[in-house]
Design a protein around this ligand. Sequence first.
Ligand code: NAG
Ligand code: NAG
Length: 597
Amino acid sequence: MATSSRFAFFLFCLSLLYSTALSDLVISRVDRRVENGGNEIASEVLLAFPNMQAKNLAAIKTFYSEGKGKEKGSSVSLPTTLVEPKGMPQELTFYSVSLPKGLGKGGAITLDVLSVFTHSLQPFPEEITQADVQLVLYQDSAYYLSPYKVKMQTLGIRLPGGRVESYTKHPNSKLVDSEIRYGPFEKLPAFSYSPIVLHFENNNPFAVAHELLREIEISHWGNVQVTEHYTLVHGGALTKGGFSRLDYQARPAIRGVSSFNHLIFRLPPRAHSIYYRDEIGNISTSHLWGDSRKTQLEIEPRFPIFGGWQTSFTVGYGLPLQDFLFKLDGKYMLNITFGSPMDEVVIDNLIVKIVLPEGSKGIFAAVPFPTKQAEEIKYSHLDIVGRPVLVLEKNNVVPEDNIYFQVYYQFSKISLLREPMMLISGFFLLFVACIVYIHTDMSISKSSASYIAKIQSEEVQATVQQVLNIINQCLAVHDKLEASLRDLSRTGDVQSCKTLRRTADAQLKELVKELKPLTTFLHHSPQASHILPKVEELIAKEKDLQDKMMLKHSTVVDCFEKKYSGKDIENRIAPQQQKLTVLRQEMDDLHEFLDEI
Ligand SMILES: *[C@@H]1O[C@H](CO)[C@@H](O)[C@H](O)[C@H]1NC(C)=O
Ligand SMILES: *[C@@H]1O[C@H](CO)[C@@H](O)[C@H](O)[C@H]1NC(C)=O
């Protein structure tokens, strides 16, 4: 039988009488007061358990409350630690309770001790069918195992109800309702032991988590994310003879009496984003309700769980950060519960991982019971050095272990800004890249405004070049006219000179006509606005040059016909010649300027 399970509670009151030597301490009644019958001050009380039982001890707590009956004050938890006192039997395990104040001679104190044992109920028979009830065996001692003398004691064992197959009879034992009572026993020596065995019906869900991994991730942006991975087994009697869902669905109370088909989680108030899923996916058969004090989640596995059957699932939820994280003397303190929020579950191996924000330092945990501790690193998106993870591990965990523990750490708010800054600079670079891309894209996108502008400016340039071209042709005509005048002085051919002037005049008129559409285009092109005055100036000067050139030409030809001397002619045209030279110079400058745009 691999697992004999389900936990058993023991709540007993010790009332002790103290005398000088340890062995003289007397338990006056196991549910009464502690008294010091000796002369020395007693500061601790020992609790003993057989090793076989102690290995299944999941939780032990001692409470002390001042006053009695109605005047009872609030109860105080007393430190209860594992000890190895000298000269005590090897088969026993001892815990020591530190008393709140020294117990003087004749002094008395009442202690409530709660101890929880797991795997203490052994299914018998070990295998049952779907319809069978589950029977279990429980073994203990009729006497309280005490390192001190006990003046008077009683034992009561409350059963879950239903059939009682058998129980060890004792001279003064009786079964009343669902409780088996042993005692009262008087004046028993230290370490008295009297084995008893009980065999009874117990159909409680034997929910055992072989392993539970709880991950508590803190985000300083306002959330505590809890994720719990369960591997749950029904730790009761194994199921034999197959399973009929039809039978089960027809009469689940009878044809599945030992199975369980729903689990209850008591989550903190204000839990949100709750989910429940298994390997297959999201399971929607869950109910959620809550008030200002708690949130209750009831989940239904995909199939009822019978003895020996197993199921794995994950429950996750978010919690508001301000309910669990506090700032103390420059440190942060996480204050959250340790165990599972699930009702009535025994956890063989519980691993609690606390994932702190990246950059946390000086991490330590304050857990009110012994745990194995380690540290690891978790990497998620945007992490550079990773998040420090504190790993706490405890075997044999029961709902009584679901108490608060604290994790202290230091964390600078600057670190908090690191990831957003990374995101911001990342986005910034992305935007810059986009801008560069779009910018590059403008030269190739045919519909963009800048493309049109570029095309227009190219057209303007081409037009200006055409204007310059025509002006060049005009200047070439002027050159020809000049050349004809030099020919005239050499050949005296007045007629051909006059003919050339007429042709030149016609050519120039033709070229000026060609300029017309070009200047109109430039007038209507916004891109040309800055050069248009220069173009117009050039054209005006060309016109001026033409007039003056024609005048010079006709004057020279005229003078030649009237047979004036060369010197005379030169004198007559000198003022015009000067103006022509200035004009040509100005036109060359304008030409050069426009050619460069
Ligand atoms: C899972 O089921 C719950 C209902 O129980 C539903 O609210 C939630 O949206 C579901 N999630 C997904 C991811 O399907
Ligand atoms: C942790 O929280 C619980 C419940 O709110 C509270 O009782 C306990 O005093 C807190 N512990 C510390 C160390 O603040």
